[in-house]
Design a protein around this ligand. Structure first.
Ligand SMILES: C[S@@+](CC[C@H](N)C(=O)[O-])C[C@H]1O[C@@H](n2cnc3c(N)ncnc32)[C@H](O)[C@@H]1O
Length: 265
C-alpha cells in the first residue's frame, strides 16, 4: 500500500489532469450521459439516510471481534482482535462512492449483482436498495464480520441480498457456476494484483455485453495500479472511467475503439 503522502500526491495529480466533472469536452455520448444522469445526480434518495444510519452505528460500535486476515486490505491494523468501529473506519467505502454505486444500479438496472468484499454490508445495502428486483450476491471471508452484515441487512429489511461466506477463491467459482450471467460486479476485497486480475477473468467468463465492473482503490498500491493498467488493456475492455478511488470498466463491443476517461468526482 502506498503511503498517505504518496496517495495525496497522486490524488492532486488526478485532480489537476482529469476531465472536469461536468462533461465538457467529453466526446462519448455514453460517458456524457453517465456524467449527467449518474455521476452528478444529486438527489437525496430515501435509502441514503437509513444506510448511513447503519454506518454511524458501526462507527460507534466498541465491541471487539476476532477477525481473520483476508487479502491485502487489513494492513492498517494487523491484530486479530479488532473493534467494530475501527474496521468500519478503515474499510467501508465512503458514502460519496457507495451512493454512486447505488445510482449506477438504479440507472443501468443490472439484475445480477456480485460484490466481492461485504464487510459490514454498507455498499451491499446500497447495491440492493437501488433495484429491488435485482439479486445481489455479496461475498465475505470473515464469519464475525459476515454475521454483523447479515444483521444490518435484516435491520434494513433487505430481501434481495445473499451473503456468501468464505474465501473468494472458493466462493466466487461456486457462485458463478450457479448464475446465468453477471450484470454488475463490485470488486472491493483482496487488493492485490494477481487475485484482482483472476477475479476479473472469472467474472468476464460470466459476463454479457452490458456487464459493468467497478474496481475499488485502483491507485491504492503499485500492485493495484498494475492490475488496473492490465484491466484497461484487456482485449475485452472497451471503455474505462477512472474516478481515482474507483475504476469503472465497460466491455460493450458497441464501443468500438477502446476509450479511457479520467473524470473529476
Ligand atoms: C474493503 S472491505 C469491503 C467494504 C464494503 N464493500 C463497503 O464498502 O461497505 C473488504 C472485505 O473483503 C474481505 N476479503 C478480503 N479478501 C478476501 C478474500 N480473499 N476472501 C473473502 N473475503 C475477503 C475482508 O474480510 C473485508 O471485510
Amino acid at each position: 500500500m502506498y503511503s498517505r503522502f504518496k496517495i495525496a500526491k497522486k490524488y492532486i495529480h488526478y485532480w489537476l489532469t482529469a476531465s472536469n466533472g461536468k462533461g465538457h469536452g467529453i466526446h462519448s455520448p455514453f460517458v456524457f450521459d453517465f456524467i449527467k444522469n449518474v455521476l452528478n445526480d444529486s438527489t437525496n434518495y430515501p435509502c441514503y439516510q437509513s444506510i448511513e444510519g447503519i454506518r454511524k452505528k458501526m462507527l460507534g460500535n466498541k465491541n471487539i471481534i476476532e477477525v481473520e486476515d483476508f487479502g491485502a486490505g487489513s494492513s492498517v491494523i494487523k491484530t486479530k482482535k479488532r473493534m467494530v468501529k475501527d474496521i468500519a473506519a478503515s474499510s467501508l467505502k465512503p458514502k460519496k462512492y457507495a451512493q454512486l454505486l447505488y445510482r449506477m444500479v438504479k440507472y443501468y438496472k443490472p439484475q445480477s449483482v456480485i460484490e466481492l468484499g461485504t464487510s459490514f454490508g454498507i455498499s451491499s445495502a446500497y447495491l440492493a436498495s437501488a433495484n429491488e428486483s435485482a439479486e445481489v450476491n455479496t461475498c465475505e471471508g470473515d464469519s464475525s464480520i459476515a454475521s454483523i452484515a447479515n444483521k444490518n441487512f435484516e435491520t434494513l429489511h433487505l430481501k434481495n441480498i445473499q451473503l456468501i461466506q468464505g474465501d473468494f477463491a472458493k466462493t466466487l467459482p461456486q457462485l458463478l457456476s450457479k448464475l446465468k450471467a453477471v450484470d454488475f460486479a463490485f470488486i472491493d476485497g483482496n487488493h492485490r494484483k494477481l487475485p484482482t486480475l483472476a477475479y476479473f477473468n472469472q467474472l468476464l467468463a460470466s459476463s454479457i455485453a452490458t456487464t459493468i465492473f467497478v474496481f475499488d482503490d485502483v491507485h491504492w498500491s503499485s500492485e493495484m495500479e498494475d492490475a488496473w493498467e492490465q484491466i484497461k488493456k484487456h482485449t475485452a475492455t472497451t471503455l474505462t472511467i477512472d474516478l481515482f478511488f474507483i475504476g469503472i470498466v465497460f466491455i460493450n463491443p458497441n464501443f468500438k475503439i477502446p476509450q479511457h476517461f479520467t473524470i473529476r468526482f
